[in-house]
Design a protein around this ligand. Structure first.
Ligand code: BDR
Ligand code: CA
Length: 305
């Protein structure tokens, strides 16, 4: 059973990713770590605690982490995820509290406890991973794999980014952190918008999920329906099941095609802040390039059923 830490900023699609992991006995979720991102750290932390309690998994420790990016000022996305981060959904309150330890220190400890075996799935800005690497150099290279939702590497897309014309949200929210991770020598698998936009969220997909009728499936469907409402009133952005792709990859790697690549992150300010590009040189990631969309949804149904 694969030991896993989910570093996240729930966030509607983070919540779906977390529920997919929690309902997968072939993953052993050792901790949830939270970061600033879609909403402020206090909100992502409360959402993480409530999601664990909702899924009957209050036994999983949650460590709160970075309240802000390494260098830039925080940016949030309440227009996509709602003011509290989970759309219009309100989960039952829980007495569960975060652990006393900072997320970065928890990552460091767990990387030693499960040296060479621990996988980290990161579905928010990667500030906690960068802090762990700075506090404990070599921490990330001690991991088996770091699976990240971030970046956008399809130069032929009409809109490369989702937060600016050039940048994807997680990378824009902390580009310096992604750079630290890419320079750490960790085995990174990168799921950018070029990949996640292949796994679309549509009304039909949401209805099918809802029809499963289990509490987790209905919760995911309700949150995703709310997400579709929000993006539809904004522009023609395609709804995409970004974050769950990372967990789906851990469960069924054959659903995705990967290619070795060297990714550069622009840490300069200006209109291309947080933009990711391919460059020549030694590969620093395995870049996910193709997804089996039906396969990802079949897996989600199998686990949430
Ligand atoms: C990423 O940004 C967030 O809004 C989503 O949760 C996802 O992690 C997509 O760009
Ligand atoms: Ca996220």
């Amino acid at each position: 059973v694969q030991p896993l830490v989910h570093d996240c900023d729930p966030g509607i699609d983070d919540a779906v990713a977390l529920l997919l992991a929690l309902h997968s006995p072939d993953l052993s979720l050792r901790a949830v770590t939270t970061t600033h991102g879609n909403v402020a750290l206090t909100d992502t932390t409360r959402n993480g605690l409530e999601l664990l309690a909702f899924a009957g998994r209050a036994d999983v420790p949650l460590y709160a982490g970075a309240a802000a990016p390494l260098v830039r000022a925080p940016v949030y996305a309440p227009e996509i995820h709602g003011r509290g981060g989970l759309g219009s959904v309100t989960l039952p309150e829980t007495a569960k509290q975060p652990e006393a330890l900072h997320a970065a220190l928890a990552l460091s400890q767990l990387s030693r406890e499960f040296s060479g075996e621990l996988t980290v799935c990161a579905t928010g800005p990667v500030s906690n991973l960068a802090l762990a690497e700075r506090l404990d150099p070599g921490c990330l290279a001690r991991l088996k794999e770091v699976v990240i939702m971030g970046g956008s590497l399809d130069v032929s897309a009409p809109k490369l980014g989702n937060v600016t014309p050039y940048a994807e949200f997680n990378t824009y929210a902390d580009p310096h952190a992604l750079r630290v991770v890419l320079e750490s020598g960790a085995r990174v698998v990168l799921f950018g918008l070029n990949l996640t936009r292949q796994v679309r969220v549509t009304r039909e997909r949401v209805a099918a999920l809802h029809a499963l009728g289990t509490p987790s499936a209905v919760l995911c469907a309700d949150m995703l329906a709310d997400y579709l409402n929000r993006i539809e009133v904004r522009d023609q952005r395609v709804g995409a099941l970004h974050d769950p792709c990372t967990v789906a990859y851990l469960l069924r790697p054959e659903l995705f095609a990967l290619e070795a690549a060297r990714v550069h992150v622009n840490t300069d300010e200006g209109e291309r802040a947080g933009m990711t590009t391919l460059e020549d040189g030694a590969p620093n990631v395995q870049l996910a390039t193709h997804a089996d969309e039906d396969g990802v949804y079949a897996l989600l149904h199998e686990r949430l059923r």
